[in-house]
Design a binder for this molecule. Structure first.
Ligand SMILES: *[C@@H]1O[C@H](CO)[C@@H](O)[C@H](O)[C@H]1NC(C)=O
Ligand SMILES: *[C@@H]1O[C@H](CO)[C@@H](O)[C@H](O)[C@H]1NC(C)=O
Ligand SMILES: [Zn+2]
Length: 186
């Protein structure tokens, strides 16, 4: 395992420290981070500012700056996120043509990889949008801890995030991250 993915819990922790639901993510293409995001809903007072949406925007800029077609890049890009993407984000990621999502714990409130709706692979779309693969289990325990930390004392009706499949990180068929460089986008 390279150093790269260990940035993921730090992204989530950074959101937590800013008073946000602790969700952070990385978009990885060809061994490079081309987009990253941490939840910014409270800070921006904008309900669409989820980590994944911010990461997509960064990655689109990355493509634009290099004058490459985003569809070609996204078709070989994976998202690493500590919580299952919500319905909105799963839809956005699928429409963007992303290859795969590797997530932490399940999102029992809004999950779009099957916990609530299977936006990622539902076939009832009109334009035969390719399926967005979702693989659970990366940093799942850490994610649950961070969410519990956030909800502690916040909301008596707080959801109780669960680790759906407590994979060991080694069990996930991750793409090879050999030679990955810790490069900032742009
Ligand atoms: C959201 O931001 C406001 C300031 O705009 C802050 O007072 C509040 O504590 C934040 N919410 C959470 C859950 O941290
Ligand atoms: C929230 O963010 C989106 C995306 O940047 C933007 O289009 C929208 O206008 C924003 N909404 C508000 C209420 O600021
Ligand atoms: Zn979302």
């Amino acid at each position: 395992m390279t150093k790269l993915l260990f940035l993921l819990p730090f992204q989530a922790k950074a959101a937590l420290l800013q008073g946000e639901v602790p969700v952070g993510c990385l978009l990885v293409y060809d061994g490079q981070i081309i987009g990253k995001g941490k939840n910014g809903v409270n800070f921006t007072k904008n309900a669409t500012r989820h980590a994944e949406m911010l990461a997509i925007e960064e990655a689109l800029d990355w493509c634009k700056n290099r004058n490459v077609a985003y569809k070609e890049v996204f078709a070989r890009t994976d998202l690493y996120v500590n919580v299952e993407p919500c319905i909105m984000c799963a839809g956005a990621l699928r429409i963007s043509g992303l290859r795969r999502v590797v997530y932490g714990c399940s999102n029992e409130r809004f999950g779009g990889c099957g916990s609530i709706l299977d936006v990622a692979s539902d076939q009832r779309t009109t334009d035969s949008q390719p399926v967005l693969q979702c693989v659970p289990g990366i940093f799942a325990e850490t994610s649950v801890q961070l969410l519990k930390e956030f909800y502690r004392g916040q909301n008596p009706n707080a959801p109780n995030p669960k680790v759906k499949k407590a994979h060991d990180i080694q069990d996930i068929p991750l793409p090879s991250l050999e030679g990955v460089q810790m490069k900032d986008p742009t």
